[in-house]
Write a protein that binds this ligand. Sequence first.
Ligand code: NAD
Length: 483
Amino acid sequence: MENTADLKRYELLIGGESVPPSGGDYSINLDPATERPIARVAQGTAADVDRAVLAARAALKPWNAIRASERGRILMRFAELLRQNQEEIAAVESLDCGKPIAGVQRQDVPAAIDTLAYYAGWCDKINGQVVPARPDALTYTVREPVGVVAAIVPWNFPLMIGMWKIAPALACGCTLIVKPAEITPLSALMIGKLALEAGVLPGVLNIVTGKGSVVGDALVAHPGVDKVTFTGSPSVGRGILQGAASNFKRVTLELGGKSANVIFADANLDAATRAAASGIFFNAGQVCSAGSRVLVQRAVYDDVVEMLAQRAKSIKLGDPSQRETNMGPLISSKQMKTVLEYVDIGKGEGASLVTGGRRTGERGYFVEPTVFANVAHEMRISQEEIFGPVVSVIPFDDEADALRIANGTAYSLAAGVWSADIGRVHRMAAELKAGTVWVNTYGYTDVRLPWGGSGDSGFGREHGDVAIENFTEPKAIWVSLTP
Ligand code: NAD
């Protein structure tokens, strides 16, 4: 390990102040492309979580004393500050996660700004209703903030997924403790400071970095936390659900996926394979909705395998800071090992490795874009989330067969269908088990549309008006009209 004494130190953000962790420990954060240390990051403790929860609880009243329209203006200023600082934020996110800079500038940062601006507009539109229950009473509802929210964020889209939680929670008058993934904490700490500059009151948005098993566990167990919003793996999600039962916290879980991208023989194969390639190789496959299973009707199976392999081979894998790079490294050596193990599993199961499957270079966690053909539905590489640039191409006969395979995993987050037959795409959209179905396209998300899944993909939805419901509680008020 190189000299780490001069590295920039990132502290916790609690009650509007940058504070050192109570245990005095810092972790060394690595650049996944070079394995060089890039920062020293505070390792929060249960005592820090306690402090952050106290700060967040104390900030609830003052945050809700601000007029809703003014809260909206503060969130809009926050969005504007993100815009003004977008180059620096994109550079930090790219470095921290090994994401190609062009992609961060095109997607992650604009999506975070859009999310904030969208929920800024919601602040003064969170209405109750007058409900005519009976003539002798005025009965109406109001929506109150759920209170203190713990937002636990994964490493694949720290800024964007973090903002999917922060923006609606702030709009609803909640206060938060954000726990970024241990290995990608930098953008959250940056935006925490911008929030303060925009006028978000101290204590409303706290950032506690550190281990999931320490900071995450303490947040989930804490009686002062009212809601946990989590994006991450099914195994951690299961533990969170159990832990949250202690004081019946509200929970939203966005977990993994093994999404099917179904290509019928009558589809525009060029467009379908282009989207199927980016559907799995974007962000090196570290995407919950990655189209990691491409189902292809038998008549065009060989052609599609060949077209996908050509696209995989043309991907420029390399330095994320270079604009022409399409794919960067995986996030960590652990993730790289997992992905390479799955390549071995696939070979061992008898699938045909058409291209890729190896690490490239000796520094950085780079794995080639990988295509497996002749994959059977029952194989582990077809059933388990790999979270890497590995696609399983599976043949099918007809609609029923495609649905049997597409719906035949424990997950149901997203799916794609490609066909020129309008009746078929609607039949498929109705039958595919998924929170989102893309037709003749793949992979888009937008904060205005609900996002989430069921089964091992979790429950609840983020985005849109659903998120407003997630972060508020309805209250019914009866006013007697009898004299
Ligand atoms: P992870 O579950 O390991 O970690 C997610 C977060 O949980 C991190 O901040 C981690 O520190 C924290 N954590 C770990 N242990 C904890 C504990 N005991 N208590 C509380 N918090 C704890 O997941 P990951 O490896 O960061 O992310 C990859 C996973 O996330 C994949 O399964 C992927 O599919 C999923 N994901 C889902 C979506 C979606 O929208 N559905 C989006 C992105 C990622």
